[in-house]
Design a protein around this ligand. Sequence first.
Ligand code: 3HC
Length: 318
Amino acid sequence: MSSNTAPAIEDARLSKFEERVQKGDAIEPRDWMPEAYRKHLIRQISQHAHSEVIGMQPEGNWITRAPSIRAKQILLAKIQDEGGHGLYLYSAAETLGISREEMIEQLQTGKAKYSNIFNYPTLTWADIGAIGWLVDGAAIVNQVSLQRTSYGPYSRAMVRICKEESFHQRQGYEIMAMMMKGTPEQREMAQDAMNRWWWPSLMMFGPHDSDSPHSSDAFRWKIKRHSNDELRTKFIDKTVQQAEVIGLTIPDPELKWNEATGHYDHGEINWDEFYRVIQGNGQCNKQRIAHHKKAHNDGAWVRAAAEAYKVKQAVKNN
Ligand code: 3HC
């Protein structure tokens, strides 16, 4: 092939790809895609998967201390769902050519991130309500938008995950509503959880659009359909009303309905806290990764047994 043919072919492929994305086609694993698109997706999808799996830890902390059998069953079902979400997303990332082992290594060495929100401790049962209601509520707003992401396997994983997230959000809200109808101590516990989880939940949507280095590519390639700030606003508008219904106070004195914009204005987010946490210096970062490493090492025998069984079956079938 002459030296000036290769770039021409690459250009033709790139414009075909851009045309397909603009048209709203789903890009599938076998389709040609720019290396930058593939890398962007591996980063986002693998970090999404890490978030789902690490997110099992703060809630798992309360399985043995759930206040009733029913509460324990619901919490167990939710945590099991989160593990499944992680597996869907790791599988979606693997279709882009990265191995599970590489992703786990990136998580455990700090090369890859997971959501800021899972680096806070769960101090009381009300935290489990706040996580279900606020964290899963924020995740739903983000993930409903991601159902229309341009990469097929990611979009289909989102459709499946969103169905289960609505149960997660409702059970969390039920815990908070029940506590707000309870004793003064229970009401105080619920408000305390609200105060600790509100602002970190707003941070889940990422930095302001103007400070988001990935958003322009994400929009160009229709990986993102809504901006960080748009989704954060959508979450606030919906959640403030839910809080009012059960008598919880949003811990933001600057929160105020803006008739002109049709949204709530709110106080400034503590971005120093956000960057401190996502750079590994939150309250629970070290504990979360240490726990993940121990669980991964303790489970090595399961992976070895599954691998041995796979080899045995392959030999038997040949
Ligand atoms: N936590 C940790 N890191 C975050 C973050 C957060 N909440 N928000 C942004 N960041 C990081 C980004 O990863 C990026 O760092 P990197 O280059 O090292 O990856 C940097 O901050 C700049 O942020 P950008 O906004 O430019 O990055 P993105 O365009 O990727 O947008 C995002 C960030 C909105 C989180 C996007 O990646 C996304 O939508 N991800 C998928 C959703 C997701 O991961 N949700 C996590 C929660 S899952 C969950 O809650 C489970 C539920 O069931 C409980």
